[in-house]
Structure formats: C-alpha cells, structure tokens
Design a protein around this ligand. Structure first.
Ligand SMILES: Cc1cc2nc3c(=O)[nH]c(=O)nc-3n(C[C@H](O)[C@H](O)[C@H](O)COP(=O)(O)O)c2cc1C
Length: 195
C-alpha cells in the first residue's frame, strides 16, 4: 500500500470520515471563502453530458429559522394537536448546524442521458461536499428527513415540481464526540465475476 505521498492525508480522511448528528454541532460555520471552495469542489463531480443536473440552496443565519418555521407550520396544519415540543423541534430543524446546504437534483428527461445517471450525479455532489467540508475541519450530516419528501415544503423553499432534494447537508463544528457505526463486511458485498 503506497499512496502518492500528497494523497496520504486524503486516504486517512476517507478512512476515518463519519457523520456527526446536527444536534452535536456548533458554530462557527464556514467562511464565505470556505463555502465557495466547498461548493466548487462539490460541483466538480462526474456529470454525464455536462448537464449540471443539480443546484444548491444555502440555509444560513436567520434563513434557517424561516425554513424551520415553514416546516413547523406545515406539520401543525396537518395535525393541530401536535405538542409544542415537537413544533419547537421543527422550528429548530435547520438551525442546529451553522450551515445547511440543500443539494437539489434537477434531473429531467433527456434525449441521451438517463435520469438515473443525473440523480446519481446529485448523490456524488453530496458526497464531495461532505468530504470537502471534513477536509476543511468541519463535521457533517447528510440528511433528508420528511421535509425533503414534502412537496409543499419543497415548493416553499423554491423547488420546481420536477426538482428533488438529494440531501440537506448539515455542516458545522463538532460539539461532541461521534460514535462510528459498523461498516459493511466486504466479503458480504464483493464478488468477482468469474472468468
Ligand atoms: C440520501 C441520504 C439521506 C439520508 N437521510 C438521513 C436522514 O434523514 N436521517 C438520518 O438519520 N440519516 C440519514 N442518512 C444517513 C446519514 O447521512 C449518514 O450516512 C449516517 O447517519 C452515518 O453514516 P456516516 O457516518 O458514514 O456518514 C441519509 C443518507 C443518505 C445517503
């Protein structure tokens, strides 16, 4: 095992990277230059046909509270008996991390590029964003949760009907230690195509 020396740290980062739930995050969030760097890296993913079938929505500062208020309002409309504690949890849904990046898939029918491949590219965007944020010293959580699948919420944050949330990538500083999870046993998921 002999990675190119300049990539030793990349291998080390990828081997130890893991999520931290947003309730374990604190500020400060990334600077504007760090955000630009992370998004530049995230937008540099394999993208069949150069369609850029994704875009970003940043939730920072008070905008995080507005997004949370939208979520709480939708839930209380659906179930007016919801306890205040649950509504409060929704109000703070986007405020637990100093920055939440909504990665939006813009996948659509195309003469040559299957929609599936466009959707996969959006997943790659999320992962590159996660890796670049971790390389800059932040912790991350790639989440969707109910908001991502609620068309009313999606419309309220500006998604067109054909657009979908690939992830709300939460980015912050670690405020607690994170536990790793068991990782897949390679023997269970790797096979070799026989000659
Ligand atoms: C598309 C996608 C959506 C996810 N949404 C959630 C979610 O809503 N809630 C959650 O607890 N974990 C969610 N996860 C899992 C976390 O992002 C994370 O992968 C996991 O908690 C820990 O794995 P890690 O330590 O390798 O990052 C999602 C993962 C993916 C790929």
């Amino acid at each position: 095992m002999n990675p190119r020396p300049e990539f030793n740290e990349t291998i080390a980062l990828l081997k130890r990277r893991r999520s931290l739930p947003p309730q374990g995050m604190k500020g400060p969030g990334p600077s504007p230059a760090e955000v630009e760097l992370m998004l530049t890296i995230a937008a540099r993913v394999p993208d069949h046909g150069k369609l850029a079938p994704w875009r970003f929505i940043l939730f920072e500062g008070l905008a995080r509270e507005r997004a949370g208020a939208i979520a709480a309002t939708l839930l209380s409309q659906d179930d007016p008996s919801l306890p205040e504690a649950r509504l409060q949890a929704e109000r703070t849904r986007f405020s637990r991390a100093p920055l939440v990046v909504g990665v939006v898939s813009r996948a659509a029918p195309h003469v040559k590029i299957p929609e599936w491949e466009q959707q996969l590219s959006a997943g790659a965007v999320c992962m590159s964003l996660v890796i670049s944020a971790n390389a800059l010293g932040f912790v991350t959580a790639w989440l969707t949760e109910w908001c991502a699948y609620d068309r009313r919420f999606c419309a309220a944050i500006g998604l067109a009907p054909h657009e979908r949330i690939a992830g709300f990538v939460h980015i912050g500083r670690a405020n607690m230690a994170s536990e790793d999870r068991p990782r897949p046993d390679l023997a269970a998921i790797v096979s070799r195509f026989p000659a």
